[in-house]
Design a protein around this ligand. Structure first.
Ligand code: 5RP
Length: 242
């Protein structure tokens, strides 16, 4: 897909989800990443139009974008989150996700867990039959990183310590932790892998989001947006236009 087509699709799905789920007086969770930039832009328009929206941000970058868009910020835990919207790196037919490509997985999962409704927005290239082509991000306490990397390698993954694009040093998450990108290939059972990884001492959070998604929207390069049918109810159909 051409880069600008992908951007067009990201913008369409982000704006569609905000218009479908964000009410004019609400505390909402806002995820991180390039798709979410468009959702934040749309929320900013609603605020400029008088909506009383408070946002819990899932990363320093999202905080900054909210600040630029004049969206008031709320502290995580201070008030209930009605809906949270976030992008994803992969989504499978059960609505399990791999997230954390942008390194914000811990806070994104915190907000997804706390929200009453968690809405996922994706372009169609993020839809996969089985999770795992995208290396799974795992957030790790820095002291334990070499130990955790070996434990995960013993599970069969090829493990890479994420490095900063700027200076090549180890990437540091907003929580002061390291990220291991773990290439497992096709993941046979995301819930089992998630449980095994979380039992390793030093793992803070995994990028596997299991059983959290309440609704999912997917877009095509032409800007059409579909609400995915719930996993229990069969396959997706493209139905709506953004
Ligand atoms: C950040 C994330 C993002 O939601 C995910 O990486 C998708 O990003 P993008 O919208 O830029 O493709 O999990 O930690």
């Amino acid at each position: 897909m051409h880069g600008t087509d992908e951007d067009h699709a990201k913008r369409a799905v982000a704006r569609h989800a905000v218009d479908a789920y964000v009410t004019r007086d609400a505390c909402i969770g806002l995820g991180s990443g390039s798709t979410m930039r468009y959702a934040i832009e749309r929320v900013g328009e609603l605020v400029a139009d008088g909506a009383r929206i408070r946002a819990v941000a899932t990363s320093h970058e999202t905080e900054r974008l909210c600040h630029d868009a004049k969206i008031p910020l709320a502290v995580f835990g201070d008030e209930p989150i009605g809906i949270a919207i976030d992008g994803t790196d992969e989504i499978d037919p059960q609505w399990s996700l791999i997230k954390g490509g942008g390194g914000a997985l811990f806070r994104e999962k915190a907000v997804a867990l706390a929200a009453r409704i968690f809405v996922v927005i994706a372009t169609e290239r993020k839809c996969v039959e089985r999770l795992g082509a995208f290396p799974l991000p795992v957030e790790v306490v820095p002291y334990a990183t070499p130990f955790v990397a070996r434990e995960i390698e013993a599970l069969g993954a090829s493990v890479t310590l994420r490095r900063s694009g700027y200076d090549g040093r180890a990437y540091v998450s907003d929580n002061g932790n390291a990220i291991l990108d773990c290439a497992f290939g096709t993941i046979a059972s995301p819930p089992i892998l998630d449980r095994i990884l979380r039992e390793i001492h030093g793992v803070v959070s995994t990028g596997l989001f299991i059983g959290l998604t309440s609704a999912a929207f997917v877009s095509k390069p032409d800007g059409s947006v579909a609400a995915l049918s719930h996993p229990a109810h069969g396959a997706a159909t493209f139905s709506a236009r953004a």
